[in-house]
Design a protein around this ligand. Structure first.
Ligand code: G16
Length: 534
């Protein structure tokens, strides 16, 4: 193995962030190679298949990134995130020593075989960068899946390591499993018109668009998809996609939907989804991750009641969750709500503590986890010849719900199928779904600072502990507005500080977000022009 193949520019330092390494694609060649090496070691250590996904998800086309996927399809464990950072930052002459260090610390048996699945998104830099990963996968058994969505890669890693119990480790197998479950679910919907079966999808000009096309024939016309931003002309994530729609609170460019009709947007690697519609007055209505979590948990709770199954259900959110959603879930739905730090890995972990854990970030990244015991109880009831009809019907619906969900990670395609099935079964319009609760007006902003690491947070990122005086400043600004809340945190995927504010009116939310941005700019070393009022 030639360790000099993809040399590191001297002095460059990068961090394994919220979702792996993310930066301008030009800086990532050596990181990719080294992540190939590390994935091989992780595979030897776990004696299982490991995934490597080359993507920068919601970031602009010029960026790229890489993340490692552990054996059950989950994000790589924190100790190994640490190794990833060490390896990525080791100067060229120290690389061998850094590798030896991991091998020693983890007592890795180097004669053990390794198997690594590599996937990539549609960015122009992804081809050469995924080749760099493959160069690093020095051992036998590297498998290149080529173009896949991030959740498809997670799914296939899990299938491979469960010897097919979770499904077949191919993209075809993924479509078959999800679509079969979807069709079984929608068989329970009565009187669904063609109009109700129609959905407009914004593919963010990314991999999700290609994969929706590939999947369509498996849907057997149970869902009619009009695909926009399919990558044939527009730029990835540019004025489209889930992040744009969520942050701008506006429809993506390039989509055509009639008033009242459902639309949804994926992000660049199809692990996020948000829904929306435009009313007859031309007003845009967003249904984000919080609304999705509410819809799904309501549906599951109703089925559990019908099935008379005593399973504990919880919803996991982050600080970005709209205050109205948390109130509704806790006070009206009476489900347990947990708050974790941003990053799917944190939510996933918290959701594992319950029989059924529904986790969603407000940005549309999320899924549902069922404990083994919960899945067994559901299956027993579904197969019990003595059970009464209503209980059995509910158990069968729960079983198909389990099968339509990609439990390894948030998945736009799987979430879309689940949401479409729920709306069809409940005979619910998007307006009725939207009316479950009303969002508090909110605003998200970004502030550029010279070093975002000066901001440190606690309490699931809801309070800043440094720099000195920042939290006090936020507290006194929040006091000026009704029903207000605000927090700041350094992004783990972009070189910015994120600011979130919500309040009783949009004007208050905008003013508060602006004032908090100014506080960040002044107290945390802002660069460039001072933030201007909206
Ligand atoms: C990634 C993570 C998400 C996170 C988002 C923004 O999303 O997977 O969990 O919410 O980044 O993170 P940050 O605010 O730290 O930049 P994606 O879709 O880009 O992979």
């Amino acid at each position: 193995l030639d360790l000099c193949l993809h040399p590191k520019p001297a002095g460059l330092v990068l961090q394994y962030g919220t979702a792996g390494f993310r930066t301008n694609a030009k800086q990532l060649d050596h990181v990719m190679f080294r992540m190939g090496l590390l994935a091989t070691l992780r595979s030897k250590k776990t004696e299982a298949t490991i995934g490597v996904m080359v993507t920068a998800s919601h970031n602009p086309e010029e960026d790229n990134g890489v993340k490692l996927v552990d054996p059950m399809g989950e994000m790589v464990t924190p100790t190994w995130e640490g190794y990833a950072t060490q390896l990525a930052n080791a100067e060229q002459e120290d690389l061998l020593a850094a590798l030896k260090d991991v091998i020693e610390k983890e007592a890795i048996n180097m004669s053990q075989e390794a198997n690594v699945f590599v996937g990539k998104d549609t960015r122009s830099s992804s081809a050469s960068l995924s080749q760099a990963v493959l160069d690093g996968v020095s051992a036998l058994g590297g498998h290149n899946y080529g173009l896949v969505t991030t959740p498809q890669l997670h799914y296939m890693v899990c299938c491979q390591n469960t010897q097919g119990k979770y499904g077949e480790a191919t993209v075809e197998g993924y479509y078959k499993k999800l679509c079969q479950a979807f069709i079984q679910l929608t068989n329970n919907a009565s009187n669904c018109t063609d109009d109700q079966k129609h959905l407009s999808v914004d593919g963010a000009n990314g991999i999700g668009a290609l994969k929706v096309r590939e999947m369509e024939s498996h849907l057997k016309k149970e869902l009619h998809i009009s695909l926009f931003n399919d990558g044939s002309k527009g730029k990835l994530n540019h004025q489209c996609g889930a992040d744009f729609v969520k942050v701008q609170q506006n429809a993506p460019t390039g989509i055509k939907i009639n008033p009242g009709e459902r639309g949804c947007s994926f992000d660049g690697d199809a692990d996020r989804i948000v829904y929306y519609y435009i009313d007859s007055e031309g007003q845009f209505h967003l249904l984000d991750g919080d609304k999705i979590a509410t819809l799904i948990s309501t549906f599951l709770k109703e089925l559990l009641t019908q099935a008379a199954l005593d399973l504990k259900i919880a919803v996991v959110q982050t600080a970005y969750a709209n205050g109205s959603s948390t109130h509704y879930l806790e006070d009206t739905m009476k489900v347990i709500v947990r708050c974790t730090k941003t990053g799917v890995k944190h939510l996933h972990h918290a959701a594992q503590e319950f029989d059924i854990g529904v986790y969603f970030e407000a940005n549309g990244h999320g899924t549902v986890l069922f404990s083994k015991a919960a899945e067994e109880k559901i299956q027993q009831l579904a197969e019990n010849p003595g059970a009464d009809d209503e209980r059995k019907r509910a158990a069968l619906l729960l079983q198909n719900t389990v099968n339509v969900i990609n439990q390894t990670v948030g998945d736009a395609i799987s979430d879309m199928l689940l949401i479409e099935a729920i709306l069809a079964i409940k005979g619910m319009t998007i307006q009725q779904w939207d009316a479950i609760y009303s969002d508090l007006p909110n605003r998200q902003l970004k502030v550029k600072v010279s070093d975002r690491r000066v901001i440190d947070t606690t309490d699931a990122e809801r309070r800043a502990v440094s720099p000195a005086g920042l939290q006090e400043a936020i507290d006194s600004l929040v006091k000026k507005y009704r029903q207000a809340r605000s927090f700041v945190r350094p992004s783990g995927t972009e070189d910015v500080v994120r600011v979130y504010a919500e309040a009783e009116t949009q004007e208050s939310a905008d003013d508060l977000a602006h004032e908090v941005s100014l506080a960040v700019y002044r107290l945390a070393g802002g660069v460039g022009d001072e933030p201007k009022p909206l």
